[in-house]
Design a protein around this ligand. Structure first.
Ligand code: PLP
Length: 368
């Protein structure tokens, strides 16, 4: 079965092999050397002043960012499940929060953010997804960050890049906290989250908040190539192998350009067979299609073509399907996926099969 859900994503064979070695003690020079190398790769990927690895799923890093960087009121953008989560974290942490809510296909307007910030001087942090995975939506985070910093540079910009870091170049000029998670673009099993921090964020963290997710404690430890609590050793060993695989396949820039061209090829090929892309501003992490037959298409892809794609949640359950674009995806696998979607439409009596999807896909991939 081809795993094409936008998280978890497939873990490459060499990475699984690297993680199958005997368990290593985390307080040893051997592990600290691995930690140091991985940390260097992370600085290169994030471009931020500080990076921290936490043993948690992505939500743990979201919570750590909110509790350590917001001390008064959080403005969160809710165009989907993950944006909504930031508001829930604020409420659970005893912080005030203001929310800008839109339909899941709609990116937040920069103007709405500016107005919210100007009308509430208690807002000291903004949390937004770069790629909102609920609908495969790209928010204009870099523009938001720039506009907010022009109003008040002390407002912390928390960008959830869990389906964006490792997918595309992110301009971190005005971003204070950039979050990634292991099981999405980083091609690892779940359980490791990563935060990139600006110097302003490090300053605001001060002595930190909370206990397990106290980022001051982690900064102190990780600058010495260790962690405050037991490190997720196996996943960090896997992450180093992921970075080495990316290098072997031509480096980060190649990964970004391959992802961009693949996302375009899939989008255009599915549109060419009459399908509709759901978000008004699609993220490159996934291709989201809204369709009356979304459930039937997903089922047939799984049962007849061995392709596992994700559905929708909440009010989009049964109304969309989402195809992963993150990671080092072989072209022949992606070609099989678009061809399978076309064959599925034919079997459902929607459109006679003529190979259009593969033709468009291959033209874009190979005649670029
Ligand atoms: C997957 C995901 C998360 C984190 O989810 P976990 O299940 O806690 O790893 C957060 N934000 C986005 C945009 C995601 O795609």
């Amino acid at each position: 079965m081809l795993l094409f859900t936008p998280g978890p994503t497939p873990v490459p064979q060499n990475v699984r092999n690297a993680m199958s070695e005997e368990t290593m003690h985390h307080r040893t020079p051997e592990f600290e050397a691995i930690f140091e190398k991985t940390r260097k790769h992370l600085f290169n990927l994030f471009n931020t002043d500080e990076v921290l690895m936490l043993s948690s799923s992505g939500t743990g890093a979201m919570e750590a960012a909110v509790t350590n960087l917001c001390h008064n009121t959080l403005l969160n953008v809710n165009s989907g499940k993950f944006g909504e989560r930031f508001g829930k974290i604020a409420a659970a942490s005893g912080l005030k929060n203001v929310e800008i809510k839109n339909e899941w296909d709609t990116p937040v307007s920069v103007q709405d953010i500016v107005e919210a910030v100007k009308s509430n001087s208690d807002i000291d942090a903004i949390a937004v997804q770069i790629s909102e995975s609920a609908g495969g939506l790209r928010h204009p985070v870099e523009e938001i960050a720039k506009a907010v910093k022009e109003i008040n540079p002390d407002i912390m910009i928390i960008a959830d890049g869990i389906t964006a870091v490792g997918v595309e170049v992110i301009d971190i000029t005005n971003i204070d906290c950039l979050i990634a998670g292991s099981q999405k673009a980083l091609m690892l099993p779940p359980g490791l989250s990563i935060l990139g921090l600006s110097q302003n964020a490090v300053d605001k963290i001060g002595s930190g908040k909370g206990y397990y997710f106290n980022l001051a404690t982690e900064i102190k430890a990780q600058r010495k190539n260790t962690t405050a609590w037991t490190a997720a050793t196996t996943l960090i060993i896997g992450l180093l192998e992921v970075f080495e695989s990316i290098e072997k396949k031509g480096g980060l820039q190649k990964l970004y350009s391959d992802t961009a061209i693949r996302a375009k090829a899939v989008k255009n090929s599915l549109e060419a067979i009459g399908l509709h892309v759901y978000p008004k501003s699609p993220a490159m992490s996934m291709t989201t299609i809204d369709d009356v037959d979304a459930s039937a298409i997903r089922k047939m892809l799984q049962n007849e073509f061995d392709v596992n794609v994700a559905g929708g949640q909440d009010h989009l359950s049964g109304k969309i399907f989402r195809i992963n674009q993150m990671g080092l995806i072989p072209v022949y696998e992606m070609a099989w996926v678009v061809n399978s979607v076309e064959l599925t439409l034919s079997k459902l009596g929607r459109r006679a099969y003529d190979g259009t999807a593969n033709k468009i896909f291959n033209e874009i991939i190979f005649e670029k």
